[in-house]
Design a protein around this ligand. Structure first.
Ligand code: CA
Length: 229
């Protein structure tokens, strides 16, 4: 069944453009033109995915992300004109799943929505993913084995945790502070320098061409994204 998407956005042009394009693809669309209306619609209409502008007339988008995350793990994609890394990071750290900067192409937004739909499918399937295969890479988390082209690759425990974290979140950005929290257990201020060091050594082990990575993509200034198959 096609997902029900809530669009919280105060720019009518974008609402019309996005609504038309998504309806044409069979999605059902709810719209809200400010934060309060958006939260009300979220609470009463039970949408599957949320597209959220950060600059709204009444409530800041990041505040909405926090409020929604307190009660729900609905996929949230930020669609915003704010293009500073710090804005992306605060939205992602507050719990948004992904970020699209205006102006954006509908193709890009659709691709991000499809990632969220696959995320929902994985969550509802409840199948423990013990073996993950993508291209030349095989990760067997039950046997703790990583294969590249059927050759076993040995990872350190940190590299292994990093890889599993990125795969679990594949298709979406994982920020530096999310990585340090999940992998090292630190709080807010992760050490992005040591993340870079571990990431470089992980890439040397699993990527065929580290200058043009197939699996682990860099989101400059923000974090990393594992490629979607
Ligand atoms: Ca706006």
């Amino acid at each position: 069944m096609a997902a029900k998407i809530l669009v919280i956005e105060d720019d009518n042009k974008i609402i019309n453009f996005v609504t038309m394009a998504l309806k044409a693809k069979g999605y059902s669309i709810l719209t809200a033109r400010n934060g309060n209306e958006g939260i009300l619609s979220f609470c009463t209409e039970n949408p599957d995915i949320m597209l959220l502008d950060l600059g709204l007339p009444d409530i800041d988008g990041v505040e909405i992300i926090k409020q929604v995350r307190n009660v729900s793990n609905i996929p949230m994609i930020i669609v915003s004109a704010r293009e500073q890394d710090s804005d992306k990071i605060s939205a992602l750290d507050a719990g948004a799943n992904d970020y699209v900067t205006k102006p954006f192409s509908m193709g890009e937004l659709m691709a991000r929505i499809r990632v969220m739909e696959r995320l929902i499918e994985r969550e509802t399937a409840h199948v423990p993913e013990s073996v993950y295969k993508f291209d030349c890479l095989t990760v067997d988390s039950e046997k703790h084995r990583i294969l590249v082209d059927d050759t076993e690759v040995h990872l350190t425990p940190i590299e292994y945790k990093l890889l599993l974290l990125l795969i679990a979140n594949r298709g979406k950005v994982v920020t530096h502070s999310q990585i340090s929290k999940e992998v090292w257990g630190y709080g807010e201020e992760g050490d992005s320098k040591s993340i870079r060091v571990f990431m470089a050594s992980l890439r040397r082990k699993i990527e065929k061409d580290t200058s043009s990575p197939r699996f682990i993509l860099t989101e400059i200034g923000v974090g990393y994204r594992f490629a979607e198959e």
